[in-house]
Design a protein around this ligand. Structure first.
Ligand code: FE2
Length: 429
């Protein structure tokens, strides 16, 4: 007798009609037909079952603060940073924890069960760090939260930037962050990358930097980040977030840069929603898209995952905690619409993100954690197209969220009474 069986599920790798049996917190069997019964069974016939979505780049300390203390009028990254600077002195641990927990509730219903959040260390009070450490502890039973020490106002540029970031790491923050393009000069940006990689090497921590989040093609801190990764022996432990300047770089330069990033085994984290919203703001027409070179980086073997980055905060007034919305935008901005490319985008939202975050026990194989999401879609391409409803979310073998299927009622003579966009619309591939 198993604890839970999902019957006749489709898997992201294209296998169809499989039963997935769970014992305790682990997947214990996957087979076309499991005769044994379970305490609870879920009919997944012709539905996609996937390991959970993962967001490798987020700002949990800023989320749901939209409108505080006022709205971003220009819509730019720089006004967003200035606005956050106004709000920051008024932040309290209680308010930060409350907003973050509310976001995590939403995330769970969206099948989003692991998040890497950058935590602003610019205010020496470090209430953001205190709050996010508390949130990490509170959500641990249902959501894996990783914290990055993020010097939003600059490691060197902010008055107490150096000491505050190091104190945050002393308090237990997991990862070293940075923002080299926001330092006062290119040279201080380069120096910050070197210093932060040295800290990571000394402390045995990973690195995840906001890097070159600009349209300036000469913002080349990613090159320094890759070189310092190799120099300090941090291969496989370093992520470059955003990397939007790569969109605008000279192709010849990029032909040297991408192999260097591959040598560093760097993870790459574009943030399609925020990139398409914030980049190209100084352009007239034509306007650049400003997302990094996803297709080329994937082709070079780099681990590419996608972040949500922001939900209803000074930088981005939209967002829903749905990583399929992130993937949906990635498909458009990267112009990756073939079936194989959609499969690669779906993999980036799941398997690649798990690799970025170094999650153990992740996957849809026997012995993996029984963390699964049942979608109102037949396959990854359809899930992305429909931004499919997450019908059931399972964490360590327990159903922790359910959402009813989206079915429209129709009141037309001679037409069907109900319309389910996941039934009978897409061709059989
Ligand atoms: Fe960010």
């Amino acid at each position: 007798m198993f604890d839970l069986i999902l019957r006749q599920a489709n898997l992201p790798d294209g296998r169809k009609g499989l039963d997935i049996a769970i014992s305790g917190s682990k997947i214990s069997e996957i087979a076309p037909r499991i005769e044994a019964r379970a305490r609870e069974e879920i009919d997944a016939t012709d539905r996609l079952v996937t390991p959970p979505f993962i967001d490798p780049h987020f700002h949990m300390d800023a989320t749901l603060s939209l409108g505080l203390p006022r709205m971003n009028r220009s819509g730019t990254l720089l006004e967003g940073i200035a606005l956050w600077g106004e709000l920051r002195p008024t932040l309290t641990v209680d308010a930060l924890v409350s907003r973050a927990l509310k976001y995590c509730d939403l995330a769970v219903t969206q099948g989003l069960l692991a998040v890497r959040t950058h935590v602003d260390t610019s205010d020496p009070r470090l209430v953001t760090v205190e709050a996010m450490l508390e949130v990490k502890r509170l959500v641990a039973p249902y959501l894996d939260l990783q914290l990055v020490a993020f010097p939003q106002d600059g490691y060197y540029r902010a008055k107490d930037g150096v000491s505050s970031l190091n104190r945050a790491l002393d308090m237990g923050v997991d990862i070293v962050g940075g923002i080299p393009h926001f330092e006062r000069t290119m040279d201080e940006g380069r120096a910050s990358v070197e210093a932060l990689c040295r800290i990571a090497a000394d402390r045995g921590l990973p690195v995840d930097m906001h890097c070159d989040e600009t349209d300036d093609p000469l913002s080349r801190h990613v090159e320094t980040l890759a070189a310092e990764t190799v120099r300090f022996g941090l291969q496989g432990r370093v992520a470059g977030s955003h990397l939007t300047s790569m969109h605008s770089m000279d192709n010849y330069y990029v032909s040297k840069l991408i192999p260097l990033m591959a040598e560093a085994q760097m993870s790459v984290i574009p943030n399609p929603l925020i990139n398409i919203m914030l980049q190209g703001r100084h352009d007239a027409y034509p306007k650049r898209r400003g997302m990094t070179r996803v297709r080329e980086l994937m082709a070079a073997g780099l681990n590419v995952s996608f972040g949500h980055d922001c939900v209803m905060d000074p930088w981005y007034s939209m967002g829903s905690g749905d990583m399929l919305e992130v993937g949906h935008m990635a498909i458009h901005v990267a112009q990756m619409a073939s079936l194989d490319e959609k499969a690669a985008i779906f993999q980036a939202l799941t398997v690649n993100s798990a690799k970025t975050m170094g999650l153990e026990g992740y996957g849809l194989e026997v012995g993996c954690n029984a963390d699964l999401v049942l979608l109102q879609a037949r396959d990854p391409a359809e899930a992305l197209r429909l931004k499919a409803v997450k019908l059931a979310v399972i964490r360590r073998g327990r159903v922790i969220a359910r959402t009813p299927a989206r079915v429209g009622q129709l009141f037309l003579d001679g037409r069907p009474e109900a319309v389910d966009a996941s039934q009978g619309f897409a061709p059989d591939y």
